[in-house]
Design a protein around this ligand. Structure first.
Ligand code: ADP
Ligand code: F6P
Length: 466
Protein backbone atom coordinates (compact mmCIF):
# COMPACT_ATOMS: atom_id res chain seq x y z
CA UNK A 1 0.00 0.00 0.00
CA UNK A 2 1.30 3.49 -0.88
CA UNK A 3 2.44 5.74 1.92
CA UNK A 4 0.07 8.59 2.80
CA UNK A 5 1.64 12.00 3.18
CA UNK A 6 -0.69 14.42 4.91
CA UNK A 7 -0.01 18.15 4.71
CA UNK A 8 -1.73 20.66 6.98
CA UNK A 9 -0.80 23.87 8.72
CA UNK A 10 -1.24 22.46 12.23
CA UNK A 11 0.50 19.15 12.84
CA UNK A 12 -0.34 16.96 15.82
CA UNK A 13 0.09 16.58 18.69
CA UNK A 14 -0.41 12.87 18.31
CA UNK A 15 -1.52 12.48 21.93
CA UNK A 16 -4.67 13.92 23.49
CA UNK A 17 -3.51 17.23 24.89
CA UNK A 18 -6.87 18.81 24.15
CA UNK A 19 -5.88 21.34 21.56
CA UNK A 20 -8.99 22.78 19.98
CA UNK A 21 -9.60 22.49 16.23
CA UNK A 22 -11.40 19.94 14.11
CA UNK A 23 -8.73 19.32 11.53
CA UNK A 24 -5.98 18.08 13.82
CA UNK A 25 -8.46 15.93 15.73
CA UNK A 26 -9.68 14.20 12.56
CA UNK A 27 -6.20 13.69 11.11
CA UNK A 28 -4.68 12.21 14.25
CA UNK A 29 -7.33 9.50 14.11
CA UNK A 30 -6.74 8.82 10.43
CA UNK A 31 -2.94 8.76 10.62
CA UNK A 32 -2.85 6.51 13.65
CA UNK A 33 -5.02 4.04 11.81
CA UNK A 34 -3.09 4.03 8.49
CA UNK A 35 0.36 5.23 9.41
CA UNK A 36 2.21 7.74 7.25
CA UNK A 37 3.95 11.09 7.25
CA UNK A 38 2.42 14.35 8.47
CA UNK A 39 4.05 17.54 7.21
CA UNK A 40 3.33 21.13 8.18
CA UNK A 41 4.11 24.02 10.49
CA UNK A 42 6.01 23.41 13.74
CA UNK A 43 4.07 26.13 15.54
CA UNK A 44 7.41 27.95 15.98
CA UNK A 45 8.62 31.26 14.60
CA UNK A 46 12.21 31.20 13.37
CA UNK A 47 14.58 34.04 12.59
CA UNK A 48 13.91 36.19 9.58
CA UNK A 49 14.83 34.57 6.30
CA UNK A 50 15.27 31.00 7.56
CA UNK A 51 12.88 28.14 8.01
CA UNK A 52 15.02 26.29 10.49
CA UNK A 53 15.89 22.62 10.24
CA UNK A 54 13.23 20.04 9.60
CA UNK A 55 11.81 18.94 12.95
CA UNK A 56 11.32 15.19 12.83
CA UNK A 57 9.32 13.13 15.27
CA UNK A 58 8.13 9.54 15.25
CA UNK A 59 5.39 7.92 17.27
CA UNK A 60 4.48 4.36 16.33
CA UNK A 61 3.55 4.25 12.68
CA UNK A 62 3.23 8.03 12.28
CA UNK A 63 6.13 10.39 11.53
CA UNK A 64 5.80 14.12 11.62
CA UNK A 65 8.05 16.56 9.78
CA UNK A 66 7.56 20.23 10.55
CA UNK A 67 9.22 23.52 9.72
CA UNK A 68 9.17 26.94 11.33
CA UNK A 69 7.94 30.09 9.66
CA UNK A 70 9.37 33.58 9.96
CA UNK A 71 7.56 36.37 11.82
CA UNK A 72 6.71 38.01 8.50
CA UNK A 73 5.24 34.75 7.22
CA UNK A 74 3.23 34.30 10.37
CA UNK A 75 1.81 37.80 10.07
CA UNK A 76 1.12 37.69 6.35
CA UNK A 77 0.25 34.03 5.82
CA UNK A 78 -1.40 32.72 9.00
CA UNK A 79 -2.62 35.84 10.78
CA UNK A 80 -2.84 37.57 7.39
CA UNK A 81 -4.29 36.20 4.17
CA UNK A 82 -5.45 32.86 5.68
CA UNK A 83 -7.30 34.31 8.65
CA UNK A 84 -8.06 37.88 7.55
CA UNK A 85 -9.00 37.26 3.92
CA UNK A 86 -9.82 33.60 3.28
CA UNK A 87 -11.46 32.62 6.57
CA UNK A 88 -13.93 35.53 6.66
CA UNK A 89 -14.69 35.29 2.92
CA UNK A 90 -15.31 31.56 3.05
CA UNK A 91 -17.50 32.07 6.13
CA UNK A 92 -19.58 34.77 4.40
CA UNK A 93 -18.16 37.60 6.54
CA UNK A 94 -17.04 40.05 3.88
CA UNK A 95 -17.40 42.84 6.44
CA UNK A 96 -14.40 41.41 8.33
CA UNK A 97 -12.01 40.94 5.40
CA UNK A 98 -8.65 42.59 4.82
CA UNK A 99 -7.58 42.15 1.19
CA UNK A 100 -4.17 43.82 1.49
CA UNK A 101 -2.04 42.60 -1.44
CA UNK A 102 0.99 42.15 0.81
CA UNK A 103 -0.85 39.48 2.77
CA UNK A 104 -1.69 37.56 -0.37
CA UNK A 105 1.94 37.69 -1.50
CA UNK A 106 3.04 36.33 1.88
CA UNK A 107 0.51 33.51 1.57
CA UNK A 108 1.79 32.56 -1.89
CA UNK A 109 5.40 32.71 -0.67
CA UNK A 110 4.69 30.35 2.23
CA UNK A 111 2.87 27.88 -0.04
CA UNK A 112 5.90 27.88 -2.34
CA UNK A 113 8.39 27.38 0.50
CA UNK A 114 6.38 24.61 2.10
CA UNK A 115 6.29 22.85 -1.28
CA UNK A 116 10.08 23.24 -1.64
CA UNK A 117 10.65 21.69 1.78
CA UNK A 118 8.21 18.86 1.13
CA UNK A 119 9.61 17.80 -2.26
CA UNK A 120 12.78 16.08 -0.92
CA UNK A 121 10.67 14.06 1.52
CA UNK A 122 8.42 12.57 -1.14
CA UNK A 123 8.83 9.06 -2.52
CA UNK A 124 7.66 8.13 -6.03
CA UNK A 125 4.66 6.09 -4.90
CA UNK A 126 3.45 8.41 -2.13
CA UNK A 127 -0.12 9.67 -2.12
CA UNK A 128 -0.22 13.29 -1.01
CA UNK A 129 -3.26 14.68 0.80
CA UNK A 130 -3.28 18.44 1.42
CA UNK A 131 -5.68 19.98 3.94
CA UNK A 132 -7.53 23.22 4.26
CA UNK A 133 -7.53 26.85 3.23
CA UNK A 134 -3.92 27.50 4.27
CA UNK A 135 -2.67 25.56 1.24
CA UNK A 136 -4.81 26.30 -1.79
CA UNK A 137 -1.60 26.89 -3.85
CA UNK A 138 0.54 24.03 -2.53
CA UNK A 139 -0.58 21.56 -5.23
CA UNK A 140 0.34 23.99 -7.97
CA UNK A 141 3.76 24.55 -6.39
CA UNK A 142 4.36 20.80 -6.15
CA UNK A 143 3.41 20.37 -9.81
CA UNK A 144 5.76 23.24 -10.74
CA UNK A 145 8.51 21.38 -8.90
CA UNK A 146 7.86 18.31 -11.07
CA UNK A 147 5.91 16.19 -8.57
CA UNK A 148 3.63 13.80 -10.47
CA UNK A 149 2.23 11.80 -7.53
CA UNK A 150 -1.53 11.84 -6.95
CA UNK A 151 -2.36 14.92 -4.88
CA UNK A 152 -5.73 15.40 -3.22
CA UNK A 153 -7.09 18.41 -1.35
CA UNK A 154 -9.76 18.56 1.30
CA UNK A 155 -11.36 21.82 2.38
CA UNK A 156 -12.46 21.66 6.02
CA UNK A 157 -14.34 24.95 5.93
CA UNK A 158 -17.24 26.12 3.72
CA UNK A 159 -16.81 26.96 0.05
CA UNK A 160 -19.07 29.96 -0.58
CA UNK A 161 -21.36 30.64 -3.52
CA UNK A 162 -19.73 32.52 -6.44
CA UNK A 163 -21.57 35.75 -5.51
CA UNK A 164 -19.48 35.78 -2.31
CA UNK A 165 -16.22 34.23 -3.50
CA UNK A 166 -15.87 36.77 -6.28
CA UNK A 167 -15.38 39.47 -3.62
CA UNK A 168 -11.94 37.94 -3.07
CA UNK A 169 -9.38 39.70 -5.28
CA UNK A 170 -7.69 37.16 -7.57
CA UNK A 171 -10.41 34.57 -6.95
CA UNK A 172 -9.77 33.19 -10.44
CA UNK A 173 -6.11 32.52 -9.63
CA UNK A 174 -7.20 30.70 -6.51
CA UNK A 175 -9.59 28.48 -8.48
CA UNK A 176 -6.89 27.87 -11.08
CA UNK A 177 -4.46 26.80 -8.36
CA UNK A 178 -7.10 24.41 -7.01
CA UNK A 179 -7.36 22.77 -10.43
CA UNK A 180 -3.84 21.34 -9.94
CA UNK A 181 -5.20 18.86 -7.42
CA UNK A 182 -6.44 15.55 -8.83
CA UNK A 183 -9.31 15.33 -6.36
CA UNK A 184 -11.00 18.12 -4.42
CA UNK A 185 -13.07 17.20 -1.39
CA UNK A 186 -15.71 19.35 0.30
CA UNK A 187 -17.64 18.87 3.52
CA UNK A 188 -21.16 19.03 2.02
CA UNK A 189 -22.93 18.81 -1.31
CA UNK A 190 -23.82 22.50 -0.82
CA UNK A 191 -20.14 23.49 -0.79
CA UNK A 192 -19.41 21.17 -3.71
CA UNK A 193 -22.18 22.75 -5.80
CA UNK A 194 -20.93 26.23 -4.96
CA UNK A 195 -17.46 25.25 -6.22
CA UNK A 196 -18.83 23.65 -9.40
CA UNK A 197 -21.02 26.69 -10.06
CA UNK A 198 -17.92 28.86 -9.79
CA UNK A 199 -16.05 26.73 -12.36
CA UNK A 200 -19.00 26.75 -14.79
CA UNK A 201 -20.02 30.39 -14.38
CA UNK A 202 -16.71 32.16 -13.82
CA UNK A 203 -14.07 29.93 -15.44
CA UNK A 204 -15.78 28.31 -18.50
CA UNK A 205 -15.54 24.84 -16.94
CA UNK A 206 -17.32 21.97 -18.69
CA UNK A 207 -18.56 18.68 -17.29
CA UNK A 208 -17.21 15.42 -18.75
CA UNK A 209 -18.98 12.05 -18.99
CA UNK A 210 -17.01 10.63 -16.06
CA UNK A 211 -18.28 13.54 -13.93
CA UNK A 212 -14.89 15.29 -13.92
CA UNK A 213 -14.66 18.95 -14.91
CA UNK A 214 -12.36 20.36 -17.58
CA UNK A 215 -11.16 23.78 -16.55
CA UNK A 216 -7.98 25.88 -16.86
CA UNK A 217 -6.62 23.29 -19.33
CA UNK A 218 -6.78 20.52 -16.71
CA UNK A 219 -9.23 17.92 -15.47
CA UNK A 220 -10.38 17.84 -11.85
CA UNK A 221 -12.63 15.55 -9.88
CA UNK A 222 -14.60 17.00 -6.99
CA UNK A 223 -17.01 15.44 -4.51
CA UNK A 224 -18.51 15.85 -1.05
CA UNK A 225 -16.85 13.87 1.76
CA UNK A 226 -18.52 14.80 5.06
CA UNK A 227 -15.92 14.36 7.77
CA UNK A 228 -16.60 12.16 10.80
CA UNK A 229 -15.11 11.43 14.22
CA UNK A 230 -13.71 8.38 15.94
CA UNK A 231 -17.16 7.64 17.37
CA UNK A 232 -16.16 4.46 19.16
CA UNK A 233 -13.40 6.17 21.07
CA UNK A 234 -15.69 9.04 21.98
CA UNK A 235 -18.44 6.80 23.26
CA UNK A 236 -15.90 4.95 25.40
CA UNK A 237 -14.09 8.02 26.73
CA UNK A 238 -16.57 8.42 29.58
CA UNK A 239 -15.16 5.22 31.06
CA UNK A 240 -11.65 6.68 31.16
CA UNK A 241 -10.49 8.21 34.43
CA UNK A 242 -10.77 11.81 33.19
CA UNK A 243 -14.11 11.16 31.49
CA UNK A 244 -15.64 9.43 34.50
CA UNK A 245 -14.25 12.03 36.95
CA UNK A 246 -15.62 14.93 34.96
CA UNK A 247 -18.96 13.24 34.50
CA UNK A 248 -19.39 12.57 38.23
CA UNK A 249 -18.17 16.03 39.17
CA UNK A 250 -20.63 17.67 36.80
CA UNK A 251 -23.56 15.53 37.89
CA UNK A 252 -22.79 16.22 41.54
CA UNK A 253 -22.56 19.96 40.93
CA UNK A 254 -25.66 20.03 38.75
CA UNK A 255 -27.75 17.89 41.09
CA UNK A 256 -31.21 18.04 39.46
CA UNK A 257 -30.36 20.93 37.16
CA UNK A 258 -30.16 20.54 33.40
CA UNK A 259 -27.03 21.75 31.68
CA UNK A 260 -26.78 23.19 28.18
CA UNK A 261 -23.25 22.79 26.85
CA UNK A 262 -21.32 24.57 24.09
CA UNK A 263 -17.70 23.77 23.14
CA UNK A 264 -16.02 25.96 20.54
CA UNK A 265 -12.87 27.92 19.78
CA UNK A 266 -13.72 31.58 20.26
CA UNK A 267 -14.51 32.50 16.68
CA UNK A 268 -17.03 34.89 15.15
CA UNK A 269 -18.24 32.07 12.90
CA UNK A 270 -19.48 30.05 15.88
CA UNK A 271 -22.46 32.23 16.78
CA UNK A 272 -21.45 32.52 20.44
CA UNK A 273 -23.03 35.90 21.35
CA UNK A 274 -26.29 34.81 19.71
CA UNK A 275 -26.18 31.66 21.83
CA UNK A 276 -25.83 33.65 25.06
CA UNK A 277 -28.61 36.00 24.01
CA UNK A 278 -30.86 33.04 23.25
CA UNK A 279 -30.28 31.64 26.73
CA UNK A 280 -31.10 35.05 28.16
CA UNK A 281 -34.30 35.13 26.07
CA UNK A 282 -35.24 31.68 27.37
CA UNK A 283 -34.93 32.91 30.96
CA UNK A 284 -36.95 36.03 30.14
CA UNK A 285 -39.75 34.20 28.37
CA UNK A 286 -39.90 31.14 30.60
CA UNK A 287 -38.84 32.21 34.11
CA UNK A 288 -39.69 28.74 35.43
CA UNK A 289 -36.30 27.64 34.03
CA UNK A 290 -34.45 29.94 36.42
CA UNK A 291 -32.54 27.82 38.90
CA UNK A 292 -33.35 24.75 36.83
CA UNK A 293 -31.19 25.19 33.73
CA UNK A 294 -27.58 26.35 33.40
CA UNK A 295 -25.36 26.98 30.44
CA UNK A 296 -21.71 25.90 30.26
CA UNK A 297 -19.70 27.40 27.44
CA UNK A 298 -16.17 26.10 27.01
CA UNK A 299 -14.42 28.52 24.66
CA UNK A 300 -10.62 28.67 24.44
CA UNK A 301 -9.21 31.79 22.79
CA UNK A 302 -8.17 31.39 19.18
CA UNK A 303 -6.23 33.56 16.67
CA UNK A 304 -6.06 36.40 19.20
CA UNK A 305 -3.68 38.38 16.95
CA UNK A 306 -6.64 39.03 14.63
CA UNK A 307 -8.70 41.91 15.97
CA UNK A 308 -12.12 40.42 15.18
CA UNK A 309 -11.26 37.47 17.44
CA UNK A 310 -10.29 39.61 20.40
CA UNK A 311 -13.46 41.62 19.98
CA UNK A 312 -15.69 38.57 20.05
CA UNK A 313 -13.91 37.34 23.19
CA UNK A 314 -14.55 40.66 24.96
CA UNK A 315 -18.14 40.64 23.76
CA UNK A 316 -18.68 37.18 25.24
CA UNK A 317 -17.15 38.10 28.58
CA UNK A 318 -19.38 41.19 28.66
CA UNK A 319 -22.51 39.27 27.76
CA UNK A 320 -21.98 36.46 30.27
CA UNK A 321 -21.25 39.04 32.98
CA UNK A 322 -24.41 40.96 32.13
CA UNK A 323 -26.64 37.88 32.05
CA UNK A 324 -25.20 36.50 35.27
CA UNK A 325 -25.57 39.89 36.95
CA UNK A 326 -29.16 40.05 35.83
CA UNK A 327 -30.36 36.53 36.68
CA UNK A 328 -28.00 34.93 39.23
CA UNK A 329 -29.23 33.92 42.65
CA UNK A 330 -27.31 32.94 45.77
CA UNK A 331 -27.48 29.26 44.82
CA UNK A 332 -27.54 29.49 41.02
CA UNK A 333 -25.38 31.09 38.32
CA UNK A 334 -26.91 30.86 34.85
CA UNK A 335 -23.81 31.01 32.63
CA UNK A 336 -20.47 29.37 33.27
CA UNK A 337 -17.83 30.52 30.75
CA UNK A 338 -14.52 28.63 30.75
CA UNK A 339 -11.84 29.98 28.43
CA UNK A 340 -9.49 27.03 28.12
CA UNK A 341 -9.06 23.67 26.45
CA UNK A 342 -9.84 20.27 27.95
CA UNK A 343 -8.51 16.84 26.97
CA UNK A 344 -10.98 15.05 24.75
CA UNK A 345 -11.63 12.40 27.40
CA UNK A 346 -12.74 15.09 29.82
CA UNK A 347 -14.92 16.70 27.16
CA UNK A 348 -16.68 13.36 26.68
CA UNK A 349 -17.65 13.30 30.37
CA UNK A 350 -18.89 16.89 30.16
CA UNK A 351 -20.97 16.18 27.04
CA UNK A 352 -22.50 13.13 28.70
CA UNK A 353 -23.48 15.09 31.78
CA UNK A 354 -25.22 17.76 29.68
CA UNK A 355 -28.90 17.53 28.76
CA UNK A 356 -28.50 19.74 25.70
CA UNK A 357 -25.64 20.17 23.20
CA UNK A 358 -25.88 23.63 21.68
CA UNK A 359 -24.05 23.95 18.36
CA UNK A 360 -25.10 27.12 16.61
CA UNK A 361 -22.47 28.44 14.18
CA UNK A 362 -23.45 31.15 11.75
CA UNK A 363 -21.37 29.17 9.20
CA UNK A 364 -19.29 26.05 9.65
CA UNK A 365 -17.67 23.54 7.34
CA UNK A 366 -18.94 20.57 9.35
CA UNK A 367 -18.63 21.02 13.14
CA UNK A 368 -17.23 18.00 14.92
CA UNK A 369 -18.57 19.04 18.32
CA UNK A 370 -22.09 18.15 17.11
CA UNK A 371 -20.90 14.61 16.37
CA UNK A 372 -18.84 14.28 19.55
CA UNK A 373 -21.82 15.34 21.66
CA UNK A 374 -23.99 12.60 20.13
CA UNK A 375 -21.30 9.91 20.42
CA UNK A 376 -20.74 10.66 24.12
CA UNK A 377 -24.38 10.27 25.22
CA UNK A 378 -25.82 7.59 27.48
CA UNK A 379 -28.07 5.52 25.12
CA UNK A 380 -30.69 4.98 27.83
CA UNK A 381 -30.98 8.66 28.73
CA UNK A 382 -29.45 10.73 25.92
CA UNK A 383 -29.30 14.49 25.66
CA UNK A 384 -30.66 16.57 22.78
CA UNK A 385 -28.61 18.23 20.04
CA UNK A 386 -29.68 21.74 18.99
CA UNK A 387 -27.93 22.43 15.69
CA UNK A 388 -27.60 25.41 13.37
CA UNK A 389 -28.90 24.94 9.84
CA UNK A 390 -25.67 26.64 8.69
CA UNK A 391 -23.34 23.97 10.11
CA UNK A 392 -22.26 21.43 7.48
CA UNK A 393 -23.36 18.79 9.99
CA UNK A 394 -27.00 19.83 9.49
CA UNK A 395 -26.99 18.26 6.01
CA UNK A 396 -26.69 14.82 7.65
CA UNK A 397 -27.99 15.30 11.20
CA UNK A 398 -31.61 16.04 10.42
CA UNK A 399 -32.90 14.47 13.66
CA UNK A 400 -31.32 17.23 15.75
CA UNK A 401 -33.45 20.28 16.56
CA UNK A 402 -32.43 22.39 13.58
CA UNK A 403 -32.43 26.14 14.26
CA UNK A 404 -31.67 29.43 12.54
CA UNK A 405 -28.89 30.96 14.67
CA UNK A 406 -29.67 34.49 13.47
CA UNK A 407 -33.10 34.33 15.14
CA UNK A 408 -32.70 34.65 18.91
CA UNK A 409 -36.37 33.73 19.40
CA UNK A 410 -36.04 30.58 17.32
CA UNK A 411 -32.91 29.61 19.23
CA UNK A 412 -34.66 30.15 22.56
CA UNK A 413 -37.63 28.05 21.40
CA UNK A 414 -35.21 25.33 20.23
CA UNK A 415 -33.67 25.28 23.70
CA UNK A 416 -37.10 25.10 25.32
CA UNK A 417 -38.10 22.18 23.08
CA UNK A 418 -34.84 20.37 23.92
CA UNK A 419 -35.20 20.88 27.67
CA UNK A 420 -38.78 19.62 27.67
CA UNK A 421 -38.38 16.67 25.31
CA UNK A 422 -39.65 13.32 26.57
CA UNK A 423 -37.18 10.52 27.11
CA UNK A 424 -38.82 8.42 24.34
CA UNK A 425 -38.37 11.17 21.77
CA UNK A 426 -34.81 11.81 22.95
CA UNK A 427 -33.98 8.13 22.51
CA UNK A 428 -35.57 7.99 19.03
CA UNK A 429 -33.72 11.05 17.79
CA UNK A 430 -30.44 9.97 19.37
CA UNK A 431 -30.62 6.47 17.82
CA UNK A 432 -31.01 7.99 14.36
CA UNK A 433 -28.17 10.47 14.92
CA UNK A 434 -25.85 7.96 16.51
CA UNK A 435 -26.34 5.55 13.62
CA UNK A 436 -24.94 8.24 11.29
CA UNK A 437 -22.11 9.27 13.58
CA UNK A 438 -20.95 5.69 14.06
CA UNK A 439 -21.24 4.85 10.35
CA UNK A 440 -19.59 7.88 8.81
CA UNK A 441 -16.50 7.92 11.02
CA UNK A 442 -13.17 9.68 10.48
CA UNK A 443 -11.68 6.48 9.17
CA UNK A 444 -14.60 5.84 6.74
CA UNK A 445 -14.20 9.43 5.54
CA UNK A 446 -10.48 9.15 4.87
CA UNK A 447 -10.81 5.70 3.33
CA UNK A 448 -13.40 6.98 0.87
CA UNK A 449 -11.35 10.01 -0.06
CA UNK A 450 -8.09 8.09 -0.44
CA UNK A 451 -9.75 5.26 -2.41
CA UNK A 452 -11.19 7.81 -4.83
CA UNK A 453 -7.87 9.63 -5.11
CA UNK A 454 -6.02 6.39 -5.79
CA UNK A 455 -8.47 5.23 -8.41
CA UNK A 456 -8.42 8.43 -10.41
CA UNK A 457 -6.57 7.68 -13.60
CA UNK A 458 -4.31 10.69 -13.36
CA UNK A 459 -2.69 11.40 -16.74
CA UNK A 460 0.36 12.65 -14.84
CA UNK A 461 0.65 9.37 -12.97
CA UNK A 462 0.20 7.36 -16.17
CA UNK A 463 2.98 9.38 -17.80
CA UNK A 464 5.50 8.64 -15.03
CA UNK A 465 4.76 4.92 -14.92
CA UNK A 466 5.24 4.59 -18.68
P1 ADP B 1 -13.19 24.06 14.27
O1 ADP B 1 -12.40 23.10 13.43
O2 ADP B 1 -13.67 25.25 13.52
O3 ADP B 1 -12.49 24.45 15.53
P2 ADP B 1 -14.99 21.79 14.94
O4 ADP B 1 -16.23 21.77 15.76
O5 ADP B 1 -15.11 21.06 13.65
O6 ADP B 1 -14.54 23.31 14.75
O7 ADP B 1 -13.83 21.09 15.73
C1 ADP B 1 -13.44 21.56 16.97
C2 ADP B 1 -12.63 20.45 17.65
O8 ADP B 1 -11.87 21.06 18.67
C3 ADP B 1 -13.49 19.40 18.28
O9 ADP B 1 -12.88 18.15 18.15
C4 ADP B 1 -13.55 19.82 19.74
O10 ADP B 1 -13.70 18.76 20.64
C5 ADP B 1 -12.23 20.51 19.91
N1 ADP B 1 -12.37 21.58 20.90
C6 ADP B 1 -13.07 22.71 20.81
N2 ADP B 1 -13.00 23.42 21.97
C7 ADP B 1 -12.24 22.69 22.79
C8 ADP B 1 -11.78 22.85 24.13
N3 ADP B 1 -12.13 23.89 24.88
N4 ADP B 1 -10.98 21.90 24.63
C9 ADP B 1 -10.63 20.84 23.89
N5 ADP B 1 -11.04 20.63 22.64
C10 ADP B 1 -11.82 21.53 22.09
O1 F6P C 1 -11.05 23.17 10.97
C1 F6P C 1 -10.79 24.48 10.64
C2 F6P C 1 -9.51 24.97 11.25
O2 F6P C 1 -9.22 26.21 10.71
C3 F6P C 1 -8.30 24.12 11.04
O3 F6P C 1 -7.68 24.25 9.79
C4 F6P C 1 -7.47 24.58 12.17
O4 F6P C 1 -6.41 23.76 12.50
C5 F6P C 1 -8.48 24.71 13.28
O5 F6P C 1 -9.63 25.17 12.64
C6 F6P C 1 -8.03 25.61 14.43
O6 F6P C 1 -7.58 26.84 13.97
P1 F6P C 1 -6.06 27.32 14.13
O7 F6P C 1 -5.20 26.28 13.50
O8 F6P C 1 -6.03 28.62 13.41
O9 F6P C 1 -5.81 27.43 15.59
Amino acid sequence: MSRIVVVSNRVGPLSDTGRAGGLAVALVDVLRERGGLWFGWSGQISEEGTYGPLRLHEEGNVSTATIDVTQADYDEFYAGFANRALWPTLHYRLDLTDFDKRLEQGYRRVNERFAQRLVPLLRPDDIVWVHDYHFFFLGEELRNAGITNPIGFFLHIPFPVPEVLTALPNHRRLAEAMSNYDLLGFQTSGHLHAFERYLFEEADGTRNDDHSISVFGRTVMADAYPIGIDANAFSNFHQSTEGADNYSLMRRELDTQKQIVGVDRIDYSKGLPERFEAFERLLEMYPEHKGEVTMLQIAPPSRSEVRAYLEIQRQLEGLSGRINGRFSDLDWTPIHLISRSFPRRSLAGIYRASAVGLVTPLRDGMNLVAKEYVAAQDPSDPGVLVLSRFAGAAEEMREAIIVNPYSIDELAEGLRQAIQMTRDERIDRWNALNEKVTTNTASAWSRRFLDDLTSINSPLLAETSR
